[in-house]
Ligand binder design. Structure first.
Ligand SMILES: [Zn+2]
Length: 172
């Protein structure tokens, strides 16, 4: 049986009691002690601590959730910018080629250069800022950075190819 240590509420003497014992007399000051109410207080304290821990964890969770949301927004913005600039660049350069004009060459090349810059830099930027903690456990996700950089290069590569195919369809 578990022995529970406690102090006498009257004289402060250290007492021990068996679990399941609810009533006793302090051997030092003879005061009668109802363990039940002490136990109840202890239980309330434990619950209070659990609620505090839960609230702290919840605050942590909503912070991670917000970080994840902002990061996702940045990710989709960069993917969209890369695709749109690449599409616009190829369309303008293709148009110049078709019509044998130089009018849209400058903006077209600029758009292609910008798309390439985003293609190279966005995965690194997103990998450095990716929220690396699990929302439920708050623990670090293993390998999140390596996964993110590979995934981002693959997605952006796909977006580049798709935008080139879409631009080419204009000229067929
Ligand atoms: Zn006592």
């Amino acid at each position: 049986m578990e022995v529970i240590k406690m102090d006498c509420p009257n004289c402060g003497a250290h007492l021990k009691r068996q679990q399941g014992e609810y009533f006793a007399k302090c051997p030092y000051c003879d005061s009668e002690i109802a363990f039940d109410s002490l136990q109840a207080e202890a239980t309330v304290d434990t619950y209070r601590q659990q609620v505090n821990t839960f609230e702290t964890m919840e605050a942590g969770r909503s912070r991670i959730r917000l970080e994840q949301k902002q990061w996702n927004r940045l990710k989709y913005l960069l993917i969209a910018a890369c695709g749109i600039l690449n599409f616009a660049g190829f369309t303008m350069v293709g148009y110049c080629d078709l019509k044998e004009t130089e009018s849209l060459m400058g903006p077209g090349v600029c758009a292609l250069l910008l798309a390439s810059a985003i293609f190279l830099a966005a995965p690194i930027c997103l990998t450095l800022t990716v929220p690396d903690r699990d929302i439920l456990t708050g623990e670090k996700k293993p390998g999140i950075r390596i996964k993110t950089i590979i995934q981002m290069y693959l997605i952006l590569f796909g977006v580049m190819i798709l935008s080139i195919v879409l631009a080419a369809m204009f000229f067929i």
